[in-house]
Design a protein around this ligand. Structure first.
Ligand code: ZN
Length: 148
C-alpha cells in the first residue's frame, strides 16, 4: 500500500512533463509502516535521477545506475527518510508497467508510473498509478493508494 499525497503526485507530474517525450525517473523517499501483514509506504519527498539509457532509447526505457541508487539512499538518510520506491513516466503509453519494468524491479518497493502525452500541442501528465512487485517477481500488482 502506498500513501502518495497529491503534492507529491504533482511533482511526479511535473518531472514527467519536463522529460517528455522521454522517460523521467527518480526515487520515492519516505517511511514504512506495518499494517497487519502489509507494508504501507508513505512518500514525503522525491529525488529526480538522470535517465542513463542511450538517448535514442529514452522514449520508452529508463535506467538508474547503482551509483544513483546509492546516492538516493544516502540523500534519503540525510533527510531522516528511507528509499521506498521509484517513479518513472510512460510517454505516449498507458501508466502500466512493461515486462522491462518488471525485470528491473525489486520487491518491497513502490513503483509509481505517470503517463505523459501531448495535449493541445503541449506535454501534459495523465494517469498516475502505483505498483508492487510480487515476492516471486512474476508480476506487478496494482498497489492500493490510501489517503490519510
Ligand atoms: Zn516503464
Amino acid at each position: 500500500m502506498i500513501d502518495l499525497p497529491l503534492s507529491i503526485a504533482k511533482r511526479v507530474h511535473a518531472e514527467g512533463v519536463l522529460a517528455f517525450p522521454n522517460e523521467c525517473c527518480g526515487a520515492l523517499l519516505g517511511s514504512v509502516d506495518a499494517v497487519g501483514t502489509q507494508e504501507l509506504r508513505h512518500v514525503v519527498d522525491i529525488l529526480a535521477l538522470p535517465n542513463t539509457r542511450e538517448a535514442e532509447e529514452q522514449y520508452h526505457r529508463f535506467v538508474i545506475t547503482p551509483e544513483d541508487y546509492l546516492r538516493a539512499e544516502q540523500f534519503a538518510r540525510t533527510e531522516g527518510l528511507d528509499l521506498v520506491g521509484f517513479y518513472h513516466s510512460h510517454p505516449n503509453a498507458p501508466a502500466r508497467p512493461s515486462d522491462y519494468d518488471r525485470e528491473h524491479a525489486w520487491p518491497n518497493l513502490s513503483y509509481v508510473i505517470v503517463a505523459t502525452l501531448l495535449r493541445d500541442g503541449k506535454a501534459a501528465a495523465g494517469d498516475v498509478t502505483s505498483w508492487e512487485l510480487s515476492l516471486d517477481r512474476s508480476r506487478f500488482d496494482a498497489e492500493e493508494q490510501v489517503a490519510l
